[in-house]
Design a protein. Structure first.
Length: 275
């Protein structure tokens, strides 16, 4: 199994999917306990949810499961949310804080580094290459990082998560026009709740690649899984009716990003001429 799959497009938007993969190498699978082998903390069906929504988009997908190594965590293991419960670069617990490895089978430092090299690094090499390619073509690149999570996870956050969770690290990772377009749309969606830079402000991917002054814009969309699943528990079935409604809103968002690209490119050119 290759660590990453790339579908190359000619537009200004790159979709990142770091958590929709379910592949676990045999040696890792044998280390996981029965709870870990359920792979509960997958971004279930996010790849299907975004499939075909934006012709011309580049899609970079991690094929491996986050229990192998988390493609949306700092490779140095630095916490995204200091002082808060979160999962690590190589998770040893699920989102409820329960161990996912058999006794004495959790990976040591050397194994974590080997997994990082084998899985995490190729994903980000591919993602960075595509962002650079898109920026060279359009003058800017817009990374839209696609995620989902159960709406109730007491270990990670209090209460019930809104349906749309938009993250820009408090506006640092993208132009304000992008933040306004995405959050403005979800605020207006009837029957859905939303928040900007709430519990999820954007993971390592968004924060690492979001450098607006250099023409790289990044924004994270964390969806509550109730928006597109029959149930947020096993077997995590896709709800076609829910998903179809949601896909319409997601398509509107992605098209809005494309429509913003020419103006952002012009601003980038002006910035370059001024410097």
């Amino acid at each position: 199994m290759q660590p990453v799959e790339v579908i190359r497009g000619d537009g200004p938007v790159v979709l990142g999917l770091p958590h929709s993969g379910t592949f676990v190498p045999d040696e890792v699978w044998q280390q996981l306990n029965p709870l870990g082998q359920k792979l509960t903390d997958t971004d279930w069906h996010v790849d299907r949810l975004y499939s075909g929504l934006l012709p011309g988009a580049t899609i970079v997908s991690a094929n491996f499961h986050r229990y192998v190594i988390d493609a949306n965590r700092d490779p140095e293991g630095i916490s995204l949310y200091p002082g808060q419960n979160t999962t690590t670069l190589c998770p040893t617990t699920d989102f409820d804080g329960t161990p996912i490895y058999r006794e004495d089978a959790a990976p040591d430092k050397a194994e974590i580094e080997a997994r990082r090299i084998a899985w995490h690094a190729p994903y980000h090499a591919a993602l960075e290459a595509e962002l650079n390619r898109v920026r060279a073509k359009h003058g800017i690149a817009i990374l839209y990082d696609c995620h989902s999570i159960r709406s109730v996870v007491p270990f990670l956050f209090e209460g019930t998560l809104p349906d749309f969770n938009v993250g820009t690290n408090n506006g640092a990772t993208c132009a304000p026009e992008i933040e306004a377009a995405v959050y403005g749309h979800v605020q207006d969606t009837k029957g859905y709740s939303s928040v900007l830079n709430g519990r999820f402000k954007g993971g390592w991917t968004t924060r690492n690649y979001g450098r607006p002054s250099e023409g790289f814009h990044a924004i994270q969309m964390e969806l509550a899984q109730r928006t597109h699943l029959v149930s947020e528990d096993q077997p995590f079935d896709y709800d076609e009716r829910k998903a179809q409604r949601l896909r319409g809103h997601l398509q509107t968002i992605l098209r809005a990003l494309v429509s913003l690209a020419p103006a952002l490119e012009e601003k980038q050119e002006d910035r370059g001429n001024a410097s």
